[in-house]
Write a protein that binds this ligand. Structure first.
Ligand SMILES: NC(=O)c1ccc[n+]([C@@H]2O[C@H](COP(=O)([O-])OP(=O)(O)OC[C@H]3O[C@@H](n4cnc5c(N)ncnc54)[C@H](O)[C@@H]3O)[C@@H](O)[C@H]2O)c1
Length: 368
């Protein structure tokens, strides 16, 4: 069967792993075009990957052979590029967050539905071996009913390594919008949708100094909260605690733990595909490591695109879906809003838990 033809918009930092995996690993898709506002970046990628043409976004959208647009622009570009794509009758898979505002996300999803095309969204790390092993353990009853969870992402921001880190401190950035999607998507995949949240947020350092090579010494004005603490109540009654922070130099916190009626589960870093999974069942004296049950323990970014292509062909829902991403966006805004207003925020969105991954798909495919 023909591969699904894909165009990539945004040829910056994260695009390398997408090009690698979509061109060399996943066999359901074929990258045929790329675009960037900085044309040189698109030309470089086209030169590096045979069969890929550097084009303008307009040209890409006019090409009837291209079915999926992969939007890897910075957060401000997510809505304009994704909306143009779905209006042109293309399915779109975008980096996180899905859009800046909830209203934009709702409009994007409605437009896609009206056009009969799909919206997919990062992260797709929850489709990797680590989180899928955790999902299987929960679904198979190893920790009983999840009653509580914690999720901690602490670091000191990205200005020490990213060549253009400004966007991390503008709307659509900050630790909640940048890293929250990994943690919240993993939690929703493992426990289910969120009913309401509360939060407290602050900007600890109003200015940041870039120490990565090209812009060394340049200053960034911080426009969004950089330390966000929150609680989550899931629809199933479980209670979660989350911290996302760009203000912490060091911590000894776990990434994610899920506490169940029959035991506890230690979940690996949701910003990766593999990692160590550990369980401590009621009565056990310590945690035990569990072998990974699923495929894709290495950096498989782009697996969400491959899954969307396969799902489109098979007529089944794709896993890294737009409703899931819009629900996560709703929660991220709600933490900030709760902090501003001093009240719990009930979420207006919900979503299905994505289907678990098959345990042993053929290499380079996603299976059903
Ligand atoms: N860098 C990472 O490690 C990383 C990891 C995971 C996810 N992400 C996400 O990926 C996205 C991109 O991040 P990045 O680090 O690659 O940023 P980047 O700044 O390195 O690259 C973004 C590219 O998009 C281009 N661009 C912006 N708006 C455009 C538009 N309207 N049309 C065409 N091109 C446009 C820019 O010129 C730039 O080349 C962000 O949403 C980020 O949150 C980044």
């Amino acid at each position: 069967m023909d591969k699904t033809k894909v165009g990539i918009v945004g040829c910056g930092n994260i695009s390398k792993i997408y090009f690698e995996n979509l061109c060399k690993v996943f066999s359901d898709v074929e990258v045929v075009a790329c675009a960037d506002l900085v044309e040189e970046r698109a030309r470089e990628k086209a030169a590096a990957y045979p069969g890929v043409r550097a084009v303008s976004l307009d040209e890409m959208l006019r090409d009837p052979a291209i079915e999926i647009i992969v939007n890897l622009t910075t957060p401000r570009g997510h809505m304009p590029v994704s909306l143009q794509a779905v209006e042109a009758g293309k399915s779109v898979y975008c980096e996180k967050p899905i859009t800046l505002t909830r209203e934009e996300a709702a409009k994007l999803l409605a437009t896609a539905r009206a056009k009969g095309v799909r919206v997919g969204n990062a992260p797709d790390t929850f489709m990797g071996a680590g989180i899928q092993t955790c999902r299987k353990l929960i679904d198979d009853g190893w920790i009983g009913e999840p009653v509580a969870a914690v999720a901690f992402m602490t670091c000191h921001g990205h200005e020490s390594w990213h060549p253009d880190p400004e966007f991390y401190y503008q709307a659509g950035g900050g630790p909640m919008f940048d890293m929250g999607p990994y943690y919240l998507t993993a939690l929703v995949n493992l426990i289910g949708p969120i009913a309401r949240v509360s939060g407290s947020a602050r900007i600890s350092f109003p200015e940041r100094v870039i120490t990565s090579a090209n812009k060394f010494g340049a200053r960034i004005k911080v426009e969004v909260p950089t330390h966000v603490a929150g609680t989550l109540e899931f629809v199933n009654g479980a209670v979660g605690t989350i911290i996302t922070s760009f203000d912490v130099w060091g911590a000894n916190l776990p990434r994610i733990e899920i506490y169940g009626s029959e035991g506890s589960l230690s979940v690996p870093d949701p910003n990766g595909f593999g990692g160590e999974v550990k369980v401590r069942r009621a009565g056990a004296k310590e945690f035990s490591a569990v072998p990974l049950t699923h495929a894709y323990a290495e950096n498989a970014r782009g697996i969400g695109v491959a899954d969307m292509a396969a799902a489109q062909r098979a007529g089944r829902p794709h896993r890294a879906g737009g409703e899931l991403a819009a629900h996560v966006l709703d929660a991220m805004h709600a933490f900030h809003e709760s902090s501003d207003r001093g009240v719990h925020i009930a979420l207006k969105t919900s979503c299905e838990r994505p289907a678990p991954m098959p345990m042993a798909p053929f290499r380079g495919t996603v299976g059903d």
